[in-house]
Write a protein that binds this ligand. Structure first.
Ligand SMILES: Cc1ncc(COP(=O)(O)O)c(C=O)c1O
Length: 380
């Protein structure tokens, strides 16, 4: 499967072949794009009930859960907010394990709603050590919830959520997992690992445009929902669940994105979950090995490097902005660093519709671009 993307923009009248390799939005296969051209349907009618039923069933397979899985018309951040407002009350103590920008965002949301957030910030590029989490739980607890990012897209690091879940389960805390750039691409066993809330966004490994977020909710999280007192309306998951029982959503859903998701899930089922994970692993390995072969250094601790996004250090003699610009002119779109890592790293997304051939194209373009992005030594 090669994912040569044909993008049409008003400002670029010719068809342009682009390797879009940012960690979301990701390229979209033809059948998924075609699904979005479908005529609208009544979102309160039987066709929609069938659609949301089928999508939800399929999502449960990829979430590896028998918990409720609910759809929100939102980007991933909406699902982070939903996780917070449906389980917490003002003043609840929360341990926010952050290994980067998105871990910080989860903490910020909880803080914005009035939770008493204790941040456990791990050095960027590193994963959270379960023993360190255990110590924080013991010394600063008890906590109502632990927030953790499965795959930190800003640094290219995957946390060992299975091991973190084990230490969290030694306490009474809920485990809320940002799996926006992992579930469906990297193994995440929601039920076996005991993750109470797991959430993702359509524009990541699902090969669908942005616009839908998916959230799984355990029985323990529903119990918390009953007593949670943070304000909620659009993000009310209880309302989403009761509408789902009737084959509906509380508000008008992003129908075209749902058509796309239905088709993408069909493609994913055809490939099989084990093969999808293996393909992401192969693409991750190929990216890391290729980058190192070019003399570049990985930003992430390689023992925890992500199979959906690779962060690469920009050496002193390279201009990061120029590098991305040269690559773009060649039709390869990569992502820069975020927050404190801006200008210091660049990121290669390898999730969703991606093959090893795509990785080879990106690496070849990178090899050609590097000499053109060297800093000019200051003249004396
Ligand atoms: C791990 C993670 N968390 C949160 C987000 C935020 O999601 P969104 O931009 O869809 O709101 C992203 C998006 O890149 C992400 O990768």
């Amino acid at each position: 499967m090669t994912a040569t993307v044909v993008a049409r923009r008003q400002s670029v009248p010719l068809e342009e072949t682009v390797q879009l390799r940012i960690p979301g939005p990701t390229p979209i296969p033809g059948p998924v794009r075609e699904a979005m051209a479908r005529q609208m349907i009544n979102h309160r009618g039987p066709e929609f009930a069938e659609l949301i039923g089928a999508v939800t069933r399929r999502l449960k397979g990829f979430f590896q859960t028998s918990n409720d899985v609910l759809l929100l018309t939102a980007s991933g951040t909406g699902a982070l907010e939903a996780a917070v407002v449906n389980t917490l009350s003002p003043g609840d103590r929360v341990l926010a394990v952050s290994i980067g920008v998105f871990g910080d965002r989860f903490a910020e949301i909880a803080r914005a709603y009035g939770a008493d957030v204790v941040s456990l910030s791990i050095s960027p590029g590193q994963a959270a050590d379960p023993d360190v989490v255990k110590r924080a739980l013991a010394t600063s607890g008890p906590f109502k919830a632990v927030l953790v990012t499965h795959n930190e897209t800003s640094t290219g690091v995957t946390n060992d959520v299975e091991a973190i879940a084990q230490v969290v389960h030694e306490s009474d805390a809920l485990l809320l997992v940002d799996a926006i750039s992992s579930v469906g691409s990297i193994e995440l066993k929601t039920d076996d690992w005991g993750c109470d809330v797991v959430l993702t966004g359509s524009q990541k490994g699902w090969m669908v445009p942005p616009g839908l977020a998916m959230v799984s909710v355990s029985a323990k999280a529903w119990e918390a929902y009953q007593t949670a007192r943070l304000p909620r309306f659009y993000w009310d998951l209880g309302k989403a669940r009761s509408y789902l029982e009737r084959g509906q959503t509380p508000a008008t859903p992003a129908l075209s994105i749902l058509f796309a998701l239905d088709t993408a899930l069909e493609l994913m089922e055809r490939e099989g979950m084990a093969e999808i994970f293996a393909r992401h692993r192969r693409c991750g390995d190929r990216t890391r090995n290729g980058v190192k072969a070019l003399g570049l250094e990985l930003f992430a601790d390689e023992a925890h490097a992500s199979d959906t996004v690779t962060a690469v250090k920009v050496p002193n003699d390279l201009d990061a902005a120029r590098l991305l610009q040269v690559l773009r002119a060649e039709g390869v779109v990569l992502a820069g660093g975020q927050g404190a890592q801006a200008g210091k790293i660049f990121r290669i997304g390898h999730l969703g519709w991606i093959s090893e051939a795509d990785i080879d194209e990106v690496l070849a373009a990178l090899a050609r671009a590097m000499p053109l992005a060297r800093r000019v030594p200051a003249s004396r």
